[in-house]
Design a protein around this ligand. Structure first.
Ligand code: ASP
Length: 329
């Protein structure tokens, strides 16, 4: 199986994350599993996959002056899209096997509106193009040349997304053209971000350059609504990082939100999401997945296949990088 290299967070321990119950929406006669009347809503709040400090600080800046969750997640993830030292997102992302940098991103708001771009070349901020798709077109997903043409029409400028560093790495890679996963060898990855604003409304965004040296044309989970990201303003939101093929097979983020709807805490829902994936991959250890979730009350949780995944959380009490528990120790 051909897979992308994954990421290392060397100082990781598998510290637990408290799972607190919340008041689940009880729709369609589904009974909440762990409902309590004592939960209060934490807001505003933002969380993002991995330790993307600058991105979450930017989102917090937007939220703390009363900005919307939608603006916060867009502005937040743009920080990583612009950072050329982040070689897994936006400009400076590693290319596919043909040497093309192709970006995937999506965004979703509290009303359930969403927009997505896949296989987008030459544009540094796919998340903002995705937002334009959501707001300016009758569609949800634009791909490839069509997405690029639309971006130019919307005023985005053409940029070379390959940097000196990623070009050199690609030249090196061509010598062997090997495409095997090495789990946890870097220290950051796809950014998925979830926020609740002062009004208590949720939004999310997810953006990536996908798996390095992927087949030309490959699209992962990150821009797929329900897989890499899902937001339901009555329940909560979830996002994913890792081998996108496995997240798509379980429609991971949608699954986690639905599990929260049935009464699971964000932590329990993320654990169940990873377990579903592992059930389909019994004994397989060569890939990583990390899920991150937040419920309507601002309670958060995460879980991953291998130790190494963390998430950053910002709220009124400050900010911290939280390590995830994992399926394998
Ligand atoms: N989920 C992304 C993808 O499959 C990759 C990642 O998270 O690193 O494209």
């Amino acid at each position: 199986m051909k897979r992308r290299k994954f990421i290392k967070n060397s100082s990781l321990t598998t510290a637990g994350i408290a799972a607190t119950p919340f008041i689940a929406s009880c729709k369609n006669d589904v009974k909440p599993i762990e409902a309590t009347a004592t939960a209060t809503q934490v807001k505003p709040i933002v969380v993002c996959t991995w330790d993307f400090k600058n991105a979450s600080a930017k989102a917090w800046e937007v939220l703390s002056i009363g900005g919307s969750a939608l603006d916060a997640v867009e502005q937040g993830v743009r920080v990583e899209e612009a950072d050329i030292t982040n070689e897994t997102v936006g400009k400076g992302g590693r290319p596919d096997r043909d040497g093309n940098v192709t970006l995937d991103a999506c965004i979703m708001d509290a009303a359930g509106n969403c927009g997505s771009v896949v296989y987008l070349k030459n544009i540094a901020h796919p998340v903002s193009v995705a937002r334009k798709v959501m707001e300016e077109t009758p569609h949800i997903i634009l791909a490839g040349e069509g997405a690029e043409k639309f971006a130019y029409e919307q005023g985005f400028k053409k940029e070379n997304l390959l940097t000196e560093s990623t070009r050199k790495q690609y030249q090196e890679w061509l010598k062997t053209s090997e495409y095997e996963t090495i789990i946890n060898i870097e220290n950051h990855d796809t950014i998925g971000m979830l926020a609740i604003d002062e009004n208590g409304d949720l939004s999310g965004a997810c953006t990536t350059s996908g798996m390095a040296y992927k087949f030309g044309g490959r699209v992962g989970d990150s821009p797929i609504i329900g897989a890499g990201l899902f937001v339901d303003n009555e329940v909560g939101a979830a996002t994913a990082t890792g081998v996108g093929e496995e997240v798509i097979r379980t429609v991971g983020s949608f699954l986690i939100v639905e599990l929260m709807r049935q009464g699971k805490s964000p932590q329990e829902a993320c654990e169940e999401g990873v377990k579903r994936i592992m059930k389909k991959n019994e004994g397989r250890k060569d890939f990583q997945i990390g899920f991150l979730a937040i419920n309507k009350n601002g309670e958060t949780g995460s879980y991953c296949v291998h130790p190494g995944f963390t998430y950053r959380k910002y709220d009124n009490s400050g900010h911290e990088n939280i390590p995830s528990n994992s399926f394998y120790s």
